[in-house]
Design a protein around this ligand. Structure first.
Ligand code: KG4
Ligand code: ZN
Length: 337
């Protein structure tokens, strides 16, 4: 399987971003193209699955052509194709899986299903290729919040996860309550910058009890009730909300680091782009002598590069789908890998 230069095409279409990338064993990431549908879904206040699928259909081939043109490569130069098979929206996943399997089948090269969360988890390796497990991973995206004990690439134990709203979802819903649009995580974080931290104190859910699970839905309700009472203090509410989420995530990371004895923490997923979270975690890292790694900002949110990398590592180990049949796994836990 190992060729002198193995080039992997990665396809991401699990939600509202179409991401296509090329990863080369000699040069690392050589091309990365993305189309975000967030403006399309904004007017509905959330992702509309059918619209997402239809848009992926229109984007995949132009984006594949774009990465090939930018690298002056042709489809014939590709040695393997990997695609997000789950978790995600079924119709959206099917678009990526169909094009990936069709290309692999027509070129008679391996195809490989990639778990979207493993893509996020390995995304810091796009820059830090010397970073090696074991380490602890905090995955904070729009759909998931979890702490993962990474014993090796492919060997994952979930130590704790969100029982209701994920961190990103709580950011988005709270932003929506305050009329900040969709997806509002970034807007809420921006507004929080001008907020006064001393105005409100929000609860830090589940930090006083043992265990590493998360629950952010009550925090969102707390924010709503505060907003109804003090509608003119949006920035202060945004600040209190952001502080509560970032401190909760920090406290849980600290517990997980003590529990696992790891001295490396990687943070990935959309909320990993949050500046307050990064500074809170960096302070904790300094105190505990724990090294922290984050993906580049553009690779925190969904992208094809992380899928190309995660698939590339597995393809090089000789893993591939058993057939060219188009299969997806809308629910697919990291622990099943
Ligand atoms: O990882 P991602 O692209 O999607 C999933 O796989 O779910 O993460 C998107 C989430 C959204 O909820 C978005 O509001 C949130 O990440 N997000 C942020 C920031 N940037 C993105 N939340 C807080 N602060 C940010 N700077
Ligand atoms: Zn994601």
């Amino acid at each position: 399987m190992k060729k002198s230069n193995f080039i992997t095409l990665g396809v991401e279409s699990s939600c509202d971003e179409t991401g296509i990338a090329l990863y080369s064993s000699n040069q690392g990431l050589i091309a990365n193209s993305l189309f975000s549908q967030s403006d399309i879904h904004a007017k509905y206040g959330g992702v509309v699955p059918e619209i997402a699928s239809r848009d992926h259909i229109q984007r995949v081939i132009p984006l594949i052509n774009e990465v090939l043109t930018s690298t002056k490569l042709s489809l014939l130069d590709i040695n393997g194709v990997c695609y997000t098979a789950g978790p995600g929206l079924a119709g959206a996943l099917l678009v990526g899986a169909s094009i990936a399997k069709s290309i692999a089948w027509s070129l008679n090269i391996p195809a490989l299903a990639v778990n979207h969360m493993e893509g996020h988890l390995l995304s810091p390796l796009l820059e830090q290729n010397k970073l090696k497990p074991p380490f602890l991973a905090l995955l904070v995206s729009g759909g998931h919040t979890m702490l993962v004990d990474v014993k090796d690439i492919g060997d994952y134990k979930i130590l704790g996860e969100s029982l209701d709203d994920a961190a990103g979802e709580a950011f988005d819903k709270t932003a929506k309550i305050m009329g900040l649009g969709y997806p509002g995580g970034v807007a809420l974080a921006k507004l929080a910058k001008s907020g006064n931290e001393k105005m409100f104190e929000f609860p830090k859910p589940m930090t006083n009890r043992p265990g590493l699970d998360f629950s952010f839905s009550g925090l969102k309700t707390f924010a709503r009730n505060t907003f109804i009472k003090y509608p003119k203090q949006k920035a202060d509410i945004a600040k209190a909300f952001e502080v509560a989420i970032t401190k909760t995530l920090m406290i849980k990371c600290k517990k997980a680091l003590e529990q696992t004895k790891h001295n490396t923490l990687i943070v990935a997923g959309g909320v990993g782009a949050n500046v307050s979270l990064r500074s809170e975690l960096n302070n904790m890292g300094e105190k505990l002598k724990v090294k922290l790694f984050y993906p580049r900002l553009e690779f925190c949110t969904d992208n094809g590069a992380m899928i190309a990398l995660a698939g590339h590592l597995r393809l090089l180990k000789g893993q591939k789908d058993e057939s060219y049949e188009i299969n997806i796994r809308p629910r697919w836990s990291l622990e099943e890998l």
